[in-house]
Write a protein that binds this ligand. Structure first.
Ligand code: ZN
Length: 847
């Protein structure tokens, strides 16, 4: 396809670039950027190609001599200097350009957010700042001078000098341009420090806009915990004497790991008990960890090209997941991660956007910051760790840092490190990176003469552009339980490498109950027919916490699938929930089991079972099951609700968070019995956002939140992050028939500042999370959504394209809905002057 980039076309850059000196003279609509680079040709006769977009070229010179138009070619995408104009050996190129940060609505490159200048350069934003080889394998030392009449002027690395209206920064670590950052504004710091394991002192600052300083303490603590954890778990120490972290209100993604100057979406920094939920606190700590951990896995060792994105992202997600597991409750974190993986990545893999963790072509790289690259990328790292064991993993990572520090690497380099440190052949394992699709693993069992046999077959459906799916190397963790609940075979990792394979367990006194794919040892769909009683047994007795939860999840899902097709609820499931309510098991764990699978998960499961999901029937089934559970267990739920009240002042720690989650899960069920009375009382009494928002959500789901929604808006209208919750909550949980109308009304609210990505996501994400509302039979949900994607696209293509993934499931539904969704996608695809971002997405969604 025209404009497509292919992995197979990779060529090293024909010049070396040692140093770059940048000078910024800031002005909202006329910022001047001077870039001085020292370059040396590696190949005789090569032209010097520099990327550049939306730049006004003011001047260019080589070794102090101005270039004339005959020396170069200037296009929409860059500047090419003819070989004849290049001296032999080392030379200095200096360019000056003008840009307009105040007019940059795409939030890529240098832009402005509420009077503050900031940058976002990953993946290819630096080319909107100056002419440069904007590719991750070109690494240089940056020296930066900023001039501007703002009190705080920041860039990467160490401050070298400053005066009124200017500052100079030096980053001693060579880096690719995507890690460059600049921030200028009226900002306030929350200072802190950290002493590294070798005794070096590091100054830390959390920078925010005036007025936000009282919500930064948690972020600072999270940064300090991250720094300590990376030393303890990976032996990695911080490598500068300063670490700055800045919060901005307008940001397309979550956060960015720029060297020594991380830039964050303010929703992932600012937190106080009154404004942030337990889930927000957990996520803030995780993302601060994530960006900090990138310092070694991303910055010190970076990617050779953007096809290798999961080299840094999969590994860094795996690291942040382990960090959270250590800070909070490991098994609970694992279950949450698998819920996310299935909800986002399995969903992506089952539709037209399916791609391998390492894709081999793209039109717009911004479209590949996906659940597959991030979350599946992390699962693949987890499988490597399972295969070589914890010590083997640490040895491999030590070798990775030793061998590749300072380099731009590939997935092949990464796999080689595991092969060299473990002596294993991982060529088949490599398919996890190169092949798309979620394998289905079917298992049957048999028992005779004390021998128990598990037989597995694996199968992966074709995905776009990949019809053949050779067998993968799958680690399957298995344990066996005796009928009285004792573990007769502890967790054992079986390695599946063939399309069909059996494993024998000898010397068993009786037929065991298998616990398969413990801790979710591989990102596969397990197909295992078992009676409901056996699942209830595992829910009560499995020694693997993940599989205890999983047994309950499968029961709940099957019950809901049946109910959506008119069947009665599964009695074994209803009984099992009763037993669970009486337990004293960890509250967070019980809360997870009480939380029913979402409507999208039920639709996904019905589709996988070759049925056509009916969104309205699914919605009714889920409400219906809540009512049945509440009626059946009302007294126990009511007792639990009272007992789970958290005493004392709010803290976001795992213990009290788990109690609150359990209490809110009980509240949600009880609200089908008490008309929302308890929720209304909790809303009034709550002194923290977790309970206010939790109670509000329950009331919204019962269609009885009018007064509370108005009160919430009146109280929080000046707090953007809290108002995002107001938009998202009422829309995602509204009765489906009302959702499209509500979305239309909310879009007319003066607080719907649609150019702010968080606000846009709150409203559109709220609508698409309302499964039956978005997939309304008359197409009103699709139409509203497509209208807004088209409106945002000319201003902010990256966010418009990301949000288009709401359509990735359109082929699951009935012909009439398919026709309506397809019509909207075709309308998008045929829009003139569509961005490359949304254009690629629409084409893939329709393919
Ligand atoms: Zn990342």
């Amino acid at each position: 396809m025209d404009g497509t980039t292919y992995l197979s076309d990779y060529r090293p850059y024909p010049f070396t670039l040692d140093e770059v000196a940048l000078r910024f003279r800031l002005a909202p609509t006329a910022t001047r950027v001077t870039a001085r680079m020292t370059l040396t040709a590696r190949e005789a006769g090569a032209a010097l190609q520099l990327d550049g977009e939306e730049l006004d070229l003011i001047s260019a010179s080589i070794d102090g001599v101005a270039l004339t138009p005959a020396d170069y070619l200037l296009t929409e995408t860059g500047l090419t200097i003819h070989p004849a104009a290049l001296p032999e050996g080392r030379f200095t190129l200096e360019t000056e350009v003008q840009i307009a940060p105040a007019e940059n609505t795409a939030l890529e490159g240098l832009y402005m957010s509420k009077g503050m200048y900031c940058t976002q350069c990953e993946a290819e934003g630096f080319r909107k700042i100056t002419f440069y080889p904007d590719r991750p394998d070109v690494m240089a030392r940056f020296h930066v001078r900023i001039e501007g009449d703002l009190p705080v002027l920041l860039s990467n690395g160490n401050p070298v000098a400053q005066g009124p209206g200017w500052a100079e920064w030096d980053d001693p670590w060579p880096k690719p341009a995507y890690l460059f950052a600049l921030v200028a504004g009226d900002l306030r710091a929350t200072p802190g420090h950290f002493t590294t394991m070798s005794g070096k002192h590091v100054d830390l600052n959390i920078w925010v806009r005036p007025g936000d300083e009282d919500r930064t303490d948690f972020a600072l603590g999270a940064l300090q915990r991250s720094m300590k954890w990376d030393e303890d778990a990976y032996g990695r120490e911080y490598d500068l004497s300063l670490f700055n972290l800045v919060a901005v209100d307008d940001f397309n993604m979550g956060a960015m790991e720029n060297k020594g100057l991380n830039i964050f979406n303010s929703k992932l920094v600012l937190a106080s008990p009154e404004t942030a939920t337990d889930a927000d606190y957990e996520r803030i700590e995780a993302v601060i960890g994530h960006e900090y951990f990138h310092n070694w896995t991303g910055d010190r060792i970076t990617c050779r090209d953007w096809f290798q994105l999961c080299l840094k992202e999969g590994l860094t997600v795996f690291r942040d997941q382990s960090f959270t597991a250590d800070m909070r409750l490991g098994p609970v974190k694992r279950i949450e991660d698998v819920i996310t993986l299935r909800g986002r990545q399995f969903r992506e893999d089952a539709g037209p956007l399916s791609h391998p963790p390492r894709p081999d072509h793209y039109r717009e790289i911004n479209n590949f910051y996906t659940a597959t690259v991030y979350e599946k990328g992390a699962e693949v790292v987890g499988m490597l760790r399972t295969l070589v064991g914890p010590e083997g993993y640490r040895r491999a990572l030590d070798l990775y840092f030793e061998r590749h520090d300072g380099q731009a690497c590939t997935i092949e380099d990464w796999i080689k490190v595991f092969e060299d440190s473990s002596g294993r052949d991982l060529s088949q394992f490599m398919r996890w990176y190169t092949d798309a699709g979620t394998p289905h693993l079917k298992v049957t069992d048999s028992f005779s003469d004390g021998v128990y046999t598990l037989e597995f077959t694996q199968h992966t459906n074709p995905t776009p552009g990949q019809m053949e799916k050779p067998a993968r190397h799958i680690p399957v963790a298995v344990g066996l339980l005796s009928p009285n609940g004792d573990e007769v075979v502890p967790t054992t990792v079986l390695e599946m490498t063939e399309p069909r394979q059996s494993f024998r367990f000898e010397g068993l006194a009786s037929r065991p109950v298998p616990s398969i794919l413990r801790n979710f040892s591989a990102p596969v769909v397990l197909e295992h027919e078992a009676p409901a009683e056996e699942r209830a047994f595992l829910l009560a007795h499995d020694t693997d916490p993940f599989n205890r939860w999983e047994a309950g999840r499968v029961l709940a899902r099957q019950t809901l699938m049946g109910m959506a097709e008119g069947e009665e609820p599964e009695p074994a499931y209803l009984d099992a929930i009763g037993a669970l309510l009486g337990e004293t098991n960890d509250p967070a764990f019980r809360a997870l089991i009480l939380r029913l699978p979402g409507e999208d998960e039920i639709a996904q499961a019905l589709f996988a079972a070759k049925k056509t999901p009916d969104p309205d029937a699914i919605h009714r089934a889920r409400r219906g099951l809540m009512e049945v559970l509440a009626k059946r267990h009302e007294a126990a739920l009511a007792r639990l609700y009272e007992a789970a009240a958290v005493p004392g002042p709010y803290t976001p720690d795992a213990g009290p968070s788990g109690l609150r989650a359990l209490r809110l899960a009980a509240l949600s069920l009880l609200s089908t019995r008490d008309g929302g009375a308890r929720a209304r009382a909790l809303y009034k009494a709550a002194d923290n956002m977790t309970e206010s928002l939790g109670a509000l959500a329950v009331l919204v789901a019962n269609g009885a939140a009018e007064a509370e929604l108005a009160a919430f808006r009146a109280r929080w209208q000046d707090n953007a992050l809290v108002m995002d919750k107001w938009f998202a909550t009422q829309l995602s949980l509204a009765p489906p028939a009302a959702a499209a109308g509500l979305a239309t009304r909310l879009a007319e609210d003066p607080l719907f500042d649609w150019k702010n990505p968080n606000r846009f996501r709150a409203l559109m994400g709220g609508l698409s999370a309302n499964h039956a509302g978005f997939h309304r039979a008359d197409g009103a949900g699709y139409r509203f959504y497509a209208d807004w994607l088209l409106r945002l696209d000319p201003l902010n293509p990256q966010t418009a394209a990301r949000m288009s993934t709401a359509f990735e499931t359109w082929r699951r539904y009935d012909k009439a809905r398919q026709g309506l969704a397809r019509a909207e996608l075709e309308r998008i695809a045929q829009t003139p002057a569509l961005s490359r971002d949304l254009g690629e997405m629409a084409a893939r969604l329709l393919s």
